[in-house]
Write a protein that binds this ligand. Structure first.
Ligand SMILES: *Cc1c(COP(=O)(O)O)cnc(C)c1O
Length: 455
């Protein structure tokens, strides 16, 4: 049987990650921790946050960055957010507790998510957090909590985007108008600070248009005597995982024979994005929203409106990776099935009926010697589920993988590593290891590690 070689899809990486991949630390940690683990690079989080700040400063826009906590459960990123003076976007009482416990001020928290629990609303109002109200009945509950605790609730009204009319989040035009009137009537119990939205997908144009619309709504709210001086455009700043040429080639050539069991996926996450991260914010700010004659940055400035952003994935770009060990190698016709010491629950994408495509890097446990290659292999989990594969695709590894090698999935901090994790089969959850590089780069400085403080 002749089959075409599966197209390769190498993941972008950084010098910091490359230096860790080349360090004996990787095998030492595998030995010491006795199973799969995640690496976290807080320095990269700082760099990403600085890039978002620079994008706002260069556009002359006053703004605030809220790290969307749901993208990763680790403590270290929230610690960095606290130390850098970033805000945090939380959507549960547990996330709020984590943010406050790691030093983020209550006034620097925005609470999003639908129909927030009573406990979450009470603590949020008492802490002076900004609450993105998702429904009219929720606004009534916020008002009740505010009068109960004798505080003014800081509120944004979340909009149902007209471009995503089937979204289950947000208030439509009629509900927004009703909410504005309720806020105006209850002056003192509530401070209506502005409007918010969060779009799925990564479209720049849609974000600029909705932001423009939200600035107009601020003017309308001010007519009713409300403050309305900020607009949150949510998250959804793309991450560029793989190169343009590799992605195009992959998209054109991939077919079921390139996957174990001839598996076909109906679609994949857009792993290549020509405009990503802080550059995507730049593009949104530079765009002229529909019905306007100035850029969004200009509109925000002239209306005296502060821009809030809630990036999750983009702040975690290159800020983590996930390490599994190969436990066994089994031959099939023309490829191997690797079994690693963890599950696809530590890589998430299979749980959206898709696959995390950026290719894992093979780190040899023993010198390659005369192992032959390239060698295609898929990656199965250490579980008894037929469908539990981390990678169905026959990845073209440079040599034939062997037990004791490590497989490192790159750039997994944003949603991949822990959003679906479970101790299925009594397998322990992979611990998180924080990697910091010594300030003194002079000597043969090796990376330093510690365990993340999140249990
Ligand atoms: C998930 C979410 C975000 C973060 O989205 P990313 O795509 O990770 O940037 C921001 N705001 C809200 C309301 C969210 O639900």
């Amino acid at each position: 049987m002749t089959t075409s070689a599966p197209p390769s899809l190498p993941a972008h990486t950084t010098d910091e990650v490359r230096s860790v991949l080349a360090d004996p630390l990787l095998q030492e940690l595998h030995h010491g921790l006795g199973g799969p683990y995640h690496l976290l690079f807080p320095g990269r989080f700082d760099t990403n946050a600085a890039a978002f700040r620079a994008a706002m400063a260069q556009a002359g826009v006053d703004g605030q960055i809220y790290f969307a906590k749901k993208a990763n459960k680790a403590a270290v990123y929230v610690e960095r957010a606290a130390a850098l003076g970033l805000g945090v976007d939380v959507a549960s009482h547990g996330e709020l507790r984590e943010a406050l416990a790691h030093g983020v001020r209550g006034t620097d928290v925005v609470v999003t998510g639908p129909a927030k629990s009573e406990q979450l609303l009470r603590v949020a109002v008492l802490q002076g957090a900004l609450v993105a109200v998702d429904a009219l009945d929720e606004l009534d509950r916020v008002l009740a909590v505010a009068s109960d605790v004798g505080r003014t609730a800081r509120v944004l009204l979340r909009r149902l985007p007209s471009v995503q009319p089937h979204s289950r989040f947000g208030l439509d035009a009629g509900e927004t108008e009703a909410a504005l009137r309720r806020c105006a009537d209850r002056d003192g119990a509530v401070d209506l600070e502005g409007f918010s939205f969060h779009l799925s997908g990564y479209d720049v144009r849609q974000r600029a248009d909705l932001a423009g619309e939200s600035v107009r709504l601020c003017r309308r709210a001010r007519e009713l005597g409300l403050r309305a001086d900020r607009v949150s455009i949510g998250g959804g700043f793309a991450v560029d995982y793989v190169g343009a040429r590799d992605w195009r080639r992959f998209s054109e050539e991939q077919r079921p024979e390139h996957y174990h069991a001839g598996k076909a996926f109906s679609g994949f996450y857009p792993y290549h994005s020509p405009v990503a991260g802080a550059d995507a914010l730049r593009a949104v700010l530079a765009a002229t929203p529909a019905g306007e004659h100035a850029s969004l940055a200009g509109l925000l400035r002239s209306a005296g409106v502060r821009l809030l952003v809630e990036p999750g994935r983009a702040l975690l770009d290159q800020a983590g990776c996930t390490v599994f060990a190969v436990q066994g190698v089994k031959e099939r016709e023309g490829y191997a099935i690797l079994t690693v010491d963890g599950t696809s629950l530590s890589l998430s994408e299979q749980w959206f009926e898709s696959e995390y495509l950026p290719e894992p890097v093979l780190v040899p446990g023993t010198p390659y010697g005369d192992r032959d290659g390239p060698y295609p292999a898929c990656v199965g989990a250490a579980t008894c589920l037929e469908s539990d594969l981390l990678t169905w695709r026959k990845v073209p590894f440079p040599v034939r993988p062997a037990a004791g090698d490590l497989l490192v999935y790159l750039n997994t901090a944003g949603y991949q590593m822990d959003s679906n994790e479970s101790p299925f089969h009594e397998l322990p959850l992979p611990p998180k290891v924080v990697i910091e590089h010594p300030v003194d780069q002079s000597a043969a400085a090796r990376p330093r590690w510690r365990l993340d403080r999140h249990p």
